[in-house]
Write a protein that binds this ligand. Structure first.
Ligand code: HEM
Length: 427
């Protein structure tokens, strides 16, 4: 969610590649971002002068003042057209949000995620000598898809296969998921991405819009919308929902697993609990699920997919920095919140540097979910997303010990800020 104030097209290609490479590299090094955050937290008033918001109190304050700090910062990065996340509050936002909330209510993600995870696990190689598998392509991508596709109701197959008659073709469905991945990637990388990355995102956005347009009648009836409901409004919501839901959840799942592998003692303890409970009870064991859920949240705190959030400043205002002095903020500029710094702010999070899934957040429970934003504009699907990742992780905990499959080339392949491959093998 990166946006720069100057016109990126004015950048020479070499400089842009360097800047983009640097941004992607930094995004992958959460520990470094945390260190930068810790440094800036010591001088919040100075950071505030440069439009950087680092203390938890200050980040919360910005995110709860949507009229002073606007979500329009996302607008230049929405290649597939306008959507909720970049809108200021108003009638269109209100109607679109009501439609989304209605669609989210139909989801029963745990049932679908558990079911898909179990099926995927059955298809994975399960011995030490067996070949590696791709955590993204062979596992997470499908679990997230199956859990979320019911938002399109009876039109889910038509959307995913871009066809009037869905036949359950996984190749076509994969094509759809890749389209949405690159559109979502643009939200993260923003206008500093290289021109070829932007072109790919635009091509995918075009394909996504065309596929939704082609099945708009199916979506209208699946969503129970009357003929008078404008097709353009259905298209905006369907396109937005298609790209915003999937890739970010898949990537977060991959980050959660990456982070778990960095805490071998935590991983070992979870695996032995899973083994003690045994299959199939492990899927329905209330305490275990709750514990894995807490682990997912804590792993996401260490590896948030959006370590930074940006807001536009429509008119002159004052920024609460959480330090001794507030900072003036000129209209027309942007502010950057280092959510990752807020999530580790010792003033708000007890023993913040320690990995502690069962920490008592007390009255700051909302801050615990800061990886999903804060205030009215926080992610409306946050609970669904964590439930899906909980199912995915429970499944992985039933497997023999996993590690990254170094050896057949790089285990993790990045496409811009997103991972496109994460190969795993048994230890
Ligand atoms: C792990 C997965 C996810 C993460 C980390 C995530 C993160 C976020 C964040 C940080 C925001 C707020 C952005 C801001 O304040 O600038 C947001 C907003 C949003 N998210 Fe998510 N999200 C996830 C999954 C999903 C899913 C599955 C859906 C849909 C089914 C979804 C739909 C939305 C929408 C529509 C908004 C905009 C809400 C508004 O502005 O009113 N997200 N998400």
């Amino acid at each position: 969610m990166k946006r720069l104030a100057y016109k990126p097209d004015a950048l020479p290609p070499g400089a842009r590649r360097l800047l983009y490479g640097g941004y992607c590299w930094l995004n992958r090094h959460a520990a470094l971002l945390r260190t930068i955050g810790a440094l800036l937290r010591r001088w919040p008033s100075i950071a505030g002068r440069f439009g950087l918001v680092v203390r938890a109190r200050a980040v919360k304050s910005v995110l709860t003042r949507p009229r002073s700090f606007s979500n329009t910062s996302h607008a230049p990065n929405l290649v597939a057209g306008d959507y909720l996340i970049a809108m200021d509050p108003g009638p269109v936002y209100h109607d679109d949000r009501a439609l989304l909330d209605k669609r989210l209510k139909v989801l029963t993600v745990q049932v679908h995620a558990d079911c898909e995870a179990r099926q995927r696990l059955a298809g994975l190689p399960q011995s030490r000598n067996s070949v590696s598998f791709d955590l993204i392509d062979d596992y997470l991508m499908w679990i997230v898809h199956r859990a979320i596709e019911p938002v399109f109701g009876t039109a889910a197959g038509n959307v995913a296969e871009g066809s009037q008659v869905a036949v359950g073709d996984p190749g076509l469905q994969r094509q759809y998921l890749l389209e949405t991945r690159y559109v979502a990637g643009q939200l993260l990388a923003g206008s500093i991405s290289t021109l070829d990355v932007q072109r790919r995102a635009e091509a995918c956005a075009g394909a996504l819009r065309a596929r939704i347009k082609g099945v708009i009648g199916h979506i209208r009836s699946a969503w129970g919308l009357p003929p008078s409901y404008p097709s353009a409004d259905i298209e905006r919501n369907a396109v937005g929902l298609a790209w915003i839901a999937h890739a970010v959840t898949v990537q977060s799942g991959a980050l959660v697993v990456q982070e778990l592998l960095r805490h071998p003692e935590v991983y070992r303890a979870l695996r032995s609990k899973a083994a003690a409970i045994g299959a199939p009870n492990v899927w329905n064991h209330v305490d275990f699920r709750k514990s894995v859920h807490n682990h997912v949240l804590e792993l996401m705190r260490f590896r948030p997919i959006f370590p930074l959030l940006v807001r536009d400043v429509p008119r002159d205002t004052v920024l609460e920095t959480g330090g001794q002095k507030d900072a003036p903020c000129a209209g027309g500029k942007s502010v950057v919140m280092l959510s990752i710094a807020a999530l580790f702010d010792p003033a708000a999070v007890a023993d913040s540097r320690r990995f502690c899934p069962h920490r008592d957040w007390g009255t700051d429970e909302d801050l615990r979910w800061l990886m999903f934003g804060y205030g009215d504009r926080r992610c409306p699907a946050r609970k669904y997303a964590v439930d899906i990742l909980t199912s995915a992780l429970i499944g992985l905990l039933t497997l023999p010990e996993l590690r990254l499959a170094h050896g057949d080339g790089k285990a993790i392949k990045y496409t811009g800020p997103l991972m496109s491959r994460m190969r795993m093998r048994f230890a």
